[in-house]
Write a protein that binds this ligand. Sequence first.
Ligand code: NAD
Length: 481
Amino acid sequence: MLGTKQLLINGAWQDASGGKTMPVVNPATEDVIAHVASATAADVDAAVAAARAALAGRWGKLSARERGRLLWKLGDRITEQIDEISRLETLHNGKPITESRHIEVPMAVECLQYFAGWADKVHGETVPVKGQALVYTLREPLGVVACIVPWNFPLLLAMWKVAPALATGNTVILKPASQTPLTALALGQLAIDVGFPPGVLNVITGRGSEVGDAIVRHPGVDKIAFTGDTSTGRGIMRGAADTVKHLTLELGGKSPNIVFPDADLDAAIRGATTGIFYGKGEVCAAGSRLLVDRSIKDQFIAKVAERTKKMVAGDPLDPKTRLGAVSSKSQLERVLHYVETGKREGATLVAGGQRADIGTGKGYFMQPTVFADVQPAMTIAREEIFGPVLAAIEFGDVDEAIARANDSIYGLAAGIWTRDIKKAHYVASKLQAGTVWINTYNVYDTAAAFGGYKQSGFGREMSVHALESYTQVKTVWVDLT
Ligand code: NAD
């Protein structure tokens, strides 16, 4: 047991004002591993007051370069404790330790230090106007930014927001998902340790419907940076309307991974499986719709199924494990429900389809699952499952591939597998998706923007583009006559 964790408000740890806590469950063992404070609207008020005071206090007076130094130091401190933080990430999320230790947490550090580098390079411009005037712009922080994040990459998705928000001089209220609060709380402690002034980074745990909603409606919050389900995003948009908040939404996906017959098929088979099964399929950009040319689909899907059957779930803390536990009981039930729906609607199950047992009789493990003969109108082709379930759909030619790929309310990512460079770039230009991968899948870099088209949301995370959505432009006119 990791004990009971408090809220971080104004640089101090405190219980929720109502005194309530909620359990954190390890999805690989079903054990309660910690309790965290279940915050109330009064705690949100306190966090907002602290964040506003910090803007007016020492933080607001720090030079941009000093802010950058602090962020860099925080990155170094995470690296010093990387084993412990990675373990926490695996314990509350169920992902393999190798993913936490060698992919997610290092990427979080990289993100922090990338934006640390930007801190003193964000500036305004002078503007040539008619008449005799000096006109210049100031690029200023928005104020208090609330970062509301999901449970699939708890630390990394928090960092995609916290790092650019702090680099540009805002203060932050971080609200992790109720299932995975531990690494956000650890981040809060490290921020205190390296010397962030009180109130700059507040961490509030609690239920989304209660504490999340209180944050979204709070008049003292200037921006919501949200990652999560599309339906939650719609509610947040409505809730933020009353106070006209800045908003960036990174929402769901149902991304197509398109295989043309002229592709390197062995590479495409690997790309099709890692595209969906990396992170247990709990990846917003997962290539959950495998679009395969009709002429190769039978042998291609058979090979994907063969490879899938070799992927066995295991103890997430074992460094050899490549497939961990589904994040929660309710998520496992949801995935199993979609599998039943797929069968009922007439898709052919060619791999997996059942709950998996790693030998302990415990844990929310799922066999990686592949469906063939999926029709574009089927539920499993349209709705985001957010689990290790692949839906294979055929197409006849390039135009049909594009049409089927774009036939979704989502537009987060897409993959293209072909050796024909003209076709690759033509299809990339036609796809409605924020990221297109050609002959690869699920690769990310802090320097490359990430975000959605259509109902996958708006605003971009990482890269220079993220800086725009955490700052506002003030135009200053000086009369020179
Ligand atoms: P979720 O929408 O249920 O929860 C996300 C966060 O919002 C949590 O912190 C939750 O507590 C909070 N929340 C819930 N209700 C709220 C409310 N009414 N007001 C304010 N906050 C509220 O999503 P989830 O199940 O945690 O995450 C999975 C979803 O996230 C998937 O749809 C996935 O595609 C999406 N996702 C998107 C991206 C991306 O970059 N586009 C990345 C990862 C995950």
